[in-house]
Design a protein around this ligand. Structure first.
Ligand code: PAF
Length: 293
């Protein structure tokens, strides 16, 4: 039976815990989250658990990465369920910092990556990635982990975080874990709770688009524009053009004229008030999922 994780509410206590673990020769893993945890987060914690002696998870709904105050206000908060999931997944410590623990009064620093942060998600959500980079750098400074775990569902975020750690020569290794999907293929997301059953069913065309692009790639299609046209065709039932649907270079996120294995098909589309994002690494396995009814 797993024990309830210890809860820490100040940066100083977190740093002491991390230093003590290192002094015992233990590798500390860190999983930053915004709560509203689901099986995708549990998979990150389990992998961190399997690869390290100590696992800390932070829950902090970071105001800096929301461009819309209404979106921040309605972001799901599910503290009790989160605590149960973390206990079952084998987390040792939960870091629950208040806003002024993460960003103390007078905090001024903002990090950004101008060439990357305005693309794709960043074009639709101005300032989002500066907020993500700033909070991730701050949380890594507090937790001082040997490794930090992120889900590939937020593919662009993983690209920027890896760049952050490389540019600043931070000591944490960034581990990117596969997207966890429901049985029908929908990528898990904390915001999926807001999908009506009808929108949820319509949202499955995102994963169908990714499966279609992978099949075409396996049959030998390499032309970026042709793969993009296929993505858009599969997304057409949504009735509005996607925010983006494109095959990109996995390092600089530029659109690929000629695709190769390891490139990433990324897409984002609106469903009612919600946006869904998803992606697929070309040449990797995806599906099969149940066909359209
Ligand atoms: O992916 C998330 O949940 C957030 O962007 C992160 C990495 C916890 C930063 O707030």
């Amino acid at each position: 039976m797993s024990a309830a994780p210890r809860v820490i509410r100040t940066p100083a206590e977190m740093t002491v815990w991390s230093e003590a673990a290192r002094a015992r020769g233990e590798r500390v893993a860190f999983v930053p989250t915004m709560g509203a945890l689901h099986a995708g987060h549990a998979a990150l914690v389990r992998r961190a658990r399997a690869e390290n002696a100590s696992v800390a998870v932070s829950i902090f709904v970071n105001p800096l990465q929301f461009d819309d105050p209404a979106d921040l206000a309605r972001y799901p908060r599910t503290e009790e369920a989160d605590a149960r999931l973390l206990e079952q997944a084998g987390c040792d410590l939960v870091l629950l910092l208040p806003r002024d623990g993460v960003f103390p009064p007078g905090f001024q620093t903002r990090l950004d990556q101008p060439a990357l942060s305005g693309l794709l998600e960043g074009a639709v959500r101005p300032g989002h990635f500066a907020g993500v980079l700033t909070v991730v750098a701050r949380l890594l400074a507090i937790a001082q982990p040997a490794a930090a775990y992120f889900g590939r569902k937020d593919f662009q975020q993983t690209v920027l975080v890896r760049r952050l750690v490389a540019d600043l020569e931070l000591p944490a290794r960034i581990v990117v874990c596969d997207t966890v999907r429901d049985a029908d293929g929908l990528a898990l997301s904390s915001r999926n709770v807001f999908l009506s059953p009808a929108d949820r069913a319509r949202g499955l065309c995102l994963v169908r688009a990714l499966c279609a692009v992978e099949s075409a790639f396996e049959r030998g299609e390499r032309k970026g524009p042709a793969l993009e046209a296929l993505l858009r065709r599969e997304l057409a039932p949504l009735g509005a053009p996607p925010d983006y649907a494109v095959v990109v270079d996995p390092e600089d996120l530029s659109p690929r004229a000629v695709a190769r294995a390891g490139d990433v098909a990324v897409l984002a589309a609106r469903l009612g008030k919600l946006r869904l994002i998803d992606n697929h690494v070309l040449g990797a396995k995806i599906g099969p999922f149940p066909q359209r009814p």
